[in-house]
Design a protein around this ligand. Structure first.
Ligand code: NAI
Ligand code: PYR
Ligand code: MG
Length: 551
């Protein structure tokens, strides 16, 4: 029996058993479906019940991934109805497990693959989609060098672009018909992949230097020329490339680096909430970042800028930031200091008499010397925030903000179930992964999820609605304040961030603030009489609209 492509095989058009008899006749589907005509609600109940039969999150991921490839509306209906439960399945942390197995479990190909070995194919690869200049709002691209906290996964990292896009749609109603997931396959340095016969990517080491830079430039030029209104989201690039690309191109193209800017902004939200409790200003903070790569230095940049806005001079602000990386406290006498750490390297003379272990100033020592008000973990160093670390933080300040942000679960610096009791309930904690509340001394501590997923969907929606030419610092700050503005963190045990359950409403609020900031910064290209309504109207809903053939 021949199974030629039909509306049943196109996930963007497919409705399965929800196709009416008239639609079935119109679309050439007569006799191709069982007799029942179901509602979307009935289909969603069945799919959710099917999902419950799987016991592991990875199995659930595979089930939802195939639903996504079968019927896009139904997939988003199920995810939207169970957002807090399913976000960790379609996204972080489960997506990390799926990425490790991606080539072996290869099922489908909804992304665009751009190969370093065929740069001449970039344009043709996008043209195969048959999309016009007004058809695309958003592209998410990754070269997969630093996927979450699990490192280099080459073409397997395609699923991070797809997962980030799924969150854009589930959380902020970005139209899934108007997005493109992209993998830049520049090779991989992951020996496991290079020696795995099942690996599907370019089987050579990562290419860097001029050829890499040329591919990035070609991608930016071609994507912008073909889809001039689209936001170009960069995800999980290595620290040096992430920063270089953002700095070089952010004034020319509409680009956004989620790990630097999105994470920086969600951390800003946490600190804004924390300061409502401590009653301090940004200029009074002392920030220690443990793991000074893409995300860590991106956060340092945004908190440094906030210190200046709240009254510190640039030098005073810089003197309130400390980075600790693999070689301990980052100082300006260290050889081969990467460019992204240089701005915050401490003068060696300043720390000459600080105690050293194995020649380096370790995390606990730095905390004892500095008494940070904010400790951020973006190191991938699992369990690095030991009891000693937490106690040293509490010895320095009354209510330390402690943010173990590394993903996925096997990389997190500390679990709140340990940090809360170790700090006797004093630490203000948020994590990158979702974690349950902690009961301690009769109080229920709700732990906010400081994952950029709470921020970037609304930021993207606001950028699209306003047609912003660039993503400005003002838009990032507006997003951070809009997220923090949705919670009252002052009751004991309250979360620093809004609940994931309310993510859709939260994203709309963020989008509104971002669109206003785009206008204030002079980068908006679209004006709306009623911005609130414009944001609502822009949010795609998982419903079956009248079929074109019936409309
Ligand atoms: N919560 C969130 O929204 C986000 C969390 N992250 C997480 O942050 C972590 C880092 O991500 P990226 O910055 O993209 O990676 P990266 O590779 O750019 O940075 C990691 C940094 O940690 C350092 N490091 C590694 N081992 C260390 C150790 N034992 N002690 C001290 N420093 C160490 C590395 O030298 C590097 O400078 C990942 O786990 C990632 O999942 C990243 C972006 C967003
Ligand atoms: C959340 C995220 O973007 C990361 O862990 O890389
Ligand atoms: Mg990331």
């Amino acid at each position: 029996m021949s199974l030629r492509p039909t509306a049943l095989t196109d996930p963007l058009r497919n409705r399965g058993t929800a196709f009416t008899l008239a639609e079935r006749a119109e679309l050439g589907l007569t006799g191709r479906l069982p007799a029942a005509v179901e509602t979307l609600d009935e289909q969603a109940s069945r799919s959710y019940a099917q999902l419950q039969r799987y016991s592991t999150d990875l199995e659930k991921y595979v089930f939802l991934d195939s639903l996504h490839d079968r019927n896009e509306v139904l997939f988003y209906k199920v995810v939207a109805e169970h957002l807090a439960e399913l976000l960790p399945v379609v996204y972080d942390p489960t997506v990390g497990e799926a990425i490790k197995l991606w080539s072996r479990d290869y099922r489908h190909s909804r992304a665009v693959y751009l190969s370093i070995d065929r740069p001449e194919d970039v344009r043709a690869s996008f043209q195969t989609l048959g999309l016009g200049p007004d058809d695309v709002d958003l592209l998410v691209v990754s070269d997969a060098q630093e996927i979450l906290g699990i490192g280099d996964w080459g073409v397997n990292g395609t699923d991070i672009s797809i997962g980030k896009l799924a969150v854009y749609t589930a959380a902020a109603g970005i139209d899934p018909n108007r997005v493109i997931a992209v993998n830049l396959d520049v090779g991989t340095d992951n020996e496991i992949l290079l020696n795995d016969p099942a690996y599907l990517g370019n089987r050579h080491a990562r290419v860097s230097g001029q050829r890499y830079d040329d591919l990035i430039r070609t991608y930016l030029e071609v994507a912008t020329e073909l889809f001039p209104n689209a936001l170009l989201h960069f995800e999980d690039f290595g620290p040096s490339n992430a920063r270089r690309i953002l700095e070089e191109y952010r004034d020319t193209y509409r680009i956004f680096n989620d790990d630097m800017q999105g994470t920086g902004a969600i951390v800003m939200s946490c600190v804004i909430s924390g300061l409502k409790i401590t009653g301090q200003t940004f200029a009074e903070q002392r920030l220690l970042v443990y793991g000074a790569g893409t995300a860590g230095t991106g956060m340092a940049d945004q908190i440094h800028a906030a210190m200046i806005r709240s009254g510190a001079t640039p030098d005073e602000a810089k003197a309130r930031v400390w980075l600790v990386d693999v070689d301990g406290l980052v100082t300006d006498d260290m050889p081969d200091l990467p460019n992204y750490q240089q701005a915050y390297a401490r003068p060696a003379a300043e720390v000459a008499d600080w105690p050293r272990t194995g020649g380096k100033i370790d995390l606990v020592t730095a905390i004892r010397q500095v008494a940070p008000t904010v400790l951020i973990g973006t190191s991938t160093d699992h369990n690095a925030f030991t009891r000693d670390v937490v106690e040293a933080m509490c010895a320095g300040v009354e209510r330390p903000i402690i943010l173990p942000l590394s993903n996925p679960t096997e990389r997190i610096e500390a679990m709140p179930a340990d940090v809360i009791p170790q700090s006797k309930g004093q630490a203000l904690v948020a994590t990158g992964i979702p974690v349950p509340p902690v009961e301690y001394d009769g109080v229920r501590y709700v732990i906010g999820q400081a994952n950029n997923a709470l921020l970037y969907p609304g930021l993207g929606l606001g950028t699209i609605v306003s047609g912003a030419r660039h993503v400005t610092d003002g838009m990032l700050l507006a997003a951070a304040e809009a997220v923090a503005g949705q919670v009252d963190p002052t009751p004991l045990g309250a979360s620093l961030l809004p609940d994931v359950e309310n993510l859709r409403a939260s994203s709309a609020t963020v989008a509104l603030a971002v669109a206003k900031a785009a206008a204030a910064d002079g980068v908006a290209t679209r004006t709306h009489d009623d911005l609130v309504q414009a944001v609502q109207d822009a949010m795609w809903q998982p419903v079956y609209t009248p079929h074109p053939a019936q409309a």
